[in-house]
Design a protein. Structure first.
Lengths: 267, 366
């Protein structure tokens, strides 16, 4: 996926994102794919660091793509055994704190799945507050939702997951990300289904929907315009809504690069 | 928006391990015994959460040796048993598999193969081909082994194996690898089957150990011990008559273009997926490559190899091991054509481009 080719429908995250974005979600919801895609997008215009806190999953972690990320100018922090992808030791390097203390970099924190996987964030809790000292948005916790995953296909199940992750981490999920897909089989219908599910959860919780993701090269983003705030060609992206307002839908479209997919395609 | 999300989805996105566990439950598994090992840990986790909701029982054993022997007991009592492990854990279970074969106790065993030898690593491998098809248990026994190459096929095979194990009164192995276990794909899950209640087990399994009865009339015996040589010989012949029938009915393979090709690639499991893409690449370069994908590793689909084109220059066994399936390939080819190995090991996975390029190099030497 070459983001330069994206024809102006790209979500305008500017101002919407906090300096620190914590990415949570169910196992296999697409946290890592979203984190890597978001980092790739942000790295085009600013300094970005990615902290991989997934110490429960042995495969498909963002630090496995370290070289690709570093080529894009993204600094990657994670396990002290970063190059030993098979070591599977639940250990984090002290350097993981570096980007949290450096106010000049955006930080994306990729957590492990479910409440158990999210737990390692607790040791960094002193770094997270909703507003920084200057009043600017400091930390935002996202919950990635794939309505095609059996454990998050109803609002009740999504609510249950939000609750368990919030309890395990002490964080408050502020926004949802609709990442409903079927990999190479994804259709517009999948994304619309997830959008409806997320809106329902937003209505029940007062959380907001940050964006709808679509697999780049699989779904044509122009067919997703009816989801809401997708700018027409020639228009600029819709400006940031007031985040203090409840139930504000600021939906935009986020292309996902499928960075974590196997090198061979689905046959 | 008219789309509703409340409906129970028929097609879902699942990790291989989750889908295999769910399909076992839908195929009637009510007993799971396991011990954690990467890369199959999602299975015991899933079973501990989901089996009780379906009227089943999950026990975390203190070792794989305990797990297989618990499976032996539950299977002997007529329960539908599914267990899983990965390479070193399967090694520990092999004595139990020999016992279950001799005693004709059904169970389904899923291996999510990692790389070895020894503790090895946790990345995908296929170096347990011998372990699955030859087995490390003692004595003359055979276990049907199915190797899916997608999560859908794995899910369907686990479901079917629950029935086959009962039908043949024999363990069935589903052979997957860390990649299939850990990756996600869309999958359509099978419908739940009805499972016999404890009271009704004797109706479908007259041999099961379900108690003495009031007058000791319903006592069954299940044993793998036969001390008299003539009795044991007769029993082993009975087992092998059964294995002969299994060879006739459970041999399975997928083939692509082997009747008209320059070279045949033989690959199973996840490697067959990569190989299919390599074959398309070779076709673009004017090389006709065919594929034989054994779905049953035992019984091995020997007769399929008779259909290979006479103009083929070589048969290449493509595997994530130093060459294990290649022994079956050589037996099947029976010296008609040169047989070569294309392998990666240690958890390394070849790309489709690598398979295509190495195939060209092999052809250049022919």
């Amino acid at each position: 996926m070459n983001y330069e080719d994206f024809d102006g429908h790209e979500i305008n995250f500017c101002g919407k994102l906090a300096r620190k974005t914590i990415v949570t979600g169910h196992y296999g919801s697409g946290k890592t794919e979203f984190s890597v895609s978001l980092a790739a997008m942000l790295a085009k215009s600013r300094s970005v660091s990615l902290i991989d806190l997934d110490i429960v999953n042995p495969y498909f972690r963002s630090r496995e793509r370290r070289r690709l990320l570093e080529d894009m100018g993204i600094s990657v922090y994670g396990s002290v055994y970063t190059n030993e992808i098979t070591a599977e030791l639940p250990a984090l390097g002290a350097s993981a704190r570096t980007p949290l203390e450096d106010e000049n970099t955006y930080v994306i924190i990729d957590l492990g799945g479910n409440d158990a996987g999210a737990m390692p964030i607790n040791q960094f809790s002193k770094y997270f507050s909703a507003r920084g000292t200057n009043g600017a948005r400091d930390t935002m916790t996202l919950m990635i939702v794939n309505a095609n995953r059996p454990d998050t296909h109803t609002s009740a199940k999504v609510l249950e997951h939000i609750d368990s992750i919030e309890q395990a981490t002490g964080l408050t999920v502020s926004a949802l990300v609709n990442n409903t897909h079927m990999l190479h089989e994804t259709t517009v219908n999948d994304i619309e289904k997830g959008h409806a599910l997320c809106l329902d959860v937003c209505e029940k919780t007062g959380k907001w929907l940050l964006c709808d993701c679509y697999p780049a090269g699989v779904v044509d983003p122009r067919k997703l315009r009816k989801l809401g705030a997708v700018p027409k060609p020639g228009e600029t992206a819709r400006p940031l809504n007031d985040l203090t307002q409840k139930n504000v839908i600021t939906s935009g479209l986020m292309p996902m690069g499928m960075y974590m997919s196997p090198s061979w395609r689905s046959i | 928006m008219s789309t509703t999300y409340q409906e129970s989805p028929s097609r879902v996105l699942m990790k291989g391990n989750e889908a295999f566990a769910e399909s076992a439950i839908r195929g009637g598994c009510r007993y799971y015994f396991g011990y954690p090992i990467t890369p199959q840990n999602e299975i015991p986790e899933y079973m501990s959460r989901e089996l009780p909701k379906n009227g089943g029982h999950f026990i975390q054993a203190e070792s794989e040796i305990s797990a297989i022997n618990m499976a032996y007991g539950a299977g002997a009592a007529g329960g539908r048993v599914f267990i899983s492990s990965s390479s070193p854990g399967i090694a520990l279970m092999q004595e139990g598999m020999s016992f279950a074969c001799c005693a004709e106790v059904p169970m389904v065993i899923l291996t999510v193969c990692r790389c070895g030898p020894g503790i090895g690593g946790i990345q995908p491998g296929q170096a347990d081909y011998f372990q699955a098809t030859r087995g490390g248990g003692n004595g003359d026994y055979k276990i049907p082994v199915f190797a899916p190459s997608s999560i859908q096929e794995g899910s369907d095979l686990v479901f079917e194996a629950m029935e086959l194990a009962d039908k043949w009164r024999n363990p069935i192995i589903i052979f997957t690898d860390g990649l299939l276990g850990q990756m996600m794909e869309p999958v359509t899950l099978p419908e739940h089957i009805d499972v016999a209640s404890s009271k009704d087990i004797r109706k479908s399994k007259a041999w099961a150990l379900t108690g003495y009865g009031a007058d000791d009339s319903s006592r069954n015996t299940i044993t793998s011990l036969r001390l008299q040589p003539e009795v044991l010989e007769k029993h082993v012949h009975h087992l092998f008559d059964k294995y002969t029938e299994i060879e006739k009915t459970l041999t399975r393979a997928e083939t692509i273009g082997i009747e008209d090709c320059d070279v045949v690639l033989v690959a199973y499991g996840i490697v067959a997926r990569i190989t299919k893409e390599a074959i398309e690449m070779l076709a673009r370069d004017g090389i006709k490559a065919g594929l034989i994908r054994p779905i049953s590793l035992w019984p091995f689909p020997h007769s399929v190899f008779d259909k290979i084109s006479n103009k083929a220059k070589a048969v290449i066994s493509t595997e994530l091991s130093m060459g294990q399936m290649i022994e079956d390939v050589r037996l099947a080819v029976a010296n008609r054509l040169p047989v070569r190995l294309l392998s990666r090991t240690g958890g390394m996975i070849p790309t489709s481009l690598e398979i295509a390029e190495r195939t060209k190099k092999i052809l250049a030497t022919m």
